[in-house]
Design a protein around this ligand. Structure first.
Ligand code: FES
Length: 246
């Protein structure tokens, strides 16, 4: 089996009390994922290495880490696609709980700030289904993108989150857009107001880091651009409606 060199961030106190990189060599199979390499470390030289995972098939999002400087789902990324020298670090912009595991509270707190729950229109029966046909105008307006798995990769890669911790970030704004353009939801105006504030869409500088690292191929950058346009249209709509009412 091929040998790889893997450096992992450990939070066990170094002499200076800061997290440090620990380097080891492990044997992994040709088809090993980065998560498999972390298991090999746990079986060998680092039995107490902390990291998160759950489904191991790229569905739950819990195994996202920074590998050689880039956010990845470690269960779905093969070692041989990255190279035989790996540097694995925890997600950025989030407090580290231990080693490679982060505390996702700030990430989900940002999510909560954009009113992420679906609020059905009053005229819809809550016990019924209201599918949107895929050949309809409403479906096109949704601009369908794959389902987000809340892995936090986009939040970690976003430079604006690093600079402005109150910024809602890519995943929360993407979620807000999905609900704002959904004709079955009634909180469009309220949500638009929330995301148009200074911690919302206009904070984004369209760097595209979130789009580049999303393991699902979602483009939060595109969603945020749409949000900006919708927020501007909404202001014009309100001004015009005041003028014509007056
Ligand atoms: Fe679920 Fe990797 S363990 S996405």
């Amino acid at each position: 089996m091929p040998k790889i060199t893997i450096s992992v961030q450990r939070s066990a106190p170094a002499p200076d009390g800061k997290p440090h990189l620990e380097r080891h060599e492990v044997e992994v199979s040709d088809k090993a994922s980065i998560l498999d390499a972390l298991f090999a470390l746990q079986r060998g030289p680092c039995p107490d290495l902390a990291f998160r995972f759950s489904c191991r098939v790229g569905m739950c999002g819990s195994c996202a880490m920074v590998v050689n400087g880039r956010e990845q789902l470690t269960c779905s990324t093969l070692v041989n696609t990255v190279g035989d020298k790996l540097r694995v670090e925890p997600l950025r912009n989030l407090p580290v709980t231990r080693d490679l595991a982060v505390d996702l509270k700030p990430f989900f707190a940002a999510y909560q700030r954009v009113l992420p729950q679906f609020i059905p229109r009053d005229d819809l029966d809550a016990n019924d289904f209201y599918p949107i046909p895929q050949d309809s105008k409403e479906w096109q307006a949704l601009g369908h993108q794959p389902q987000c798995i809340d892995c936090g990769a986009c939040y970690s890669a976003c430079t604006l989150v690093t600079l402005h911790p109150r910024y809602a970030g890519p995943m929360a704004l993407h979620r807000a857009l999905n609900l704002i353009v959904d004709p079955r939801d009634k909180a469009r105006a309220e949500r638009l107001q929330l995301v148009a504030g200074e911690a919302g869409a206009f904070r984004c500088h369209t760097l595209g880091n979130c789009r580049d690292v999303c393991p699902r191929g979602i483009s939060p950058t595109h969603s945020i651009e749409r949000l900006k346009r919708l927020a501007v249209f909404e202001v014009f709509r309100q001004i015009l409606s005041r003028v014509f009412r007056g």
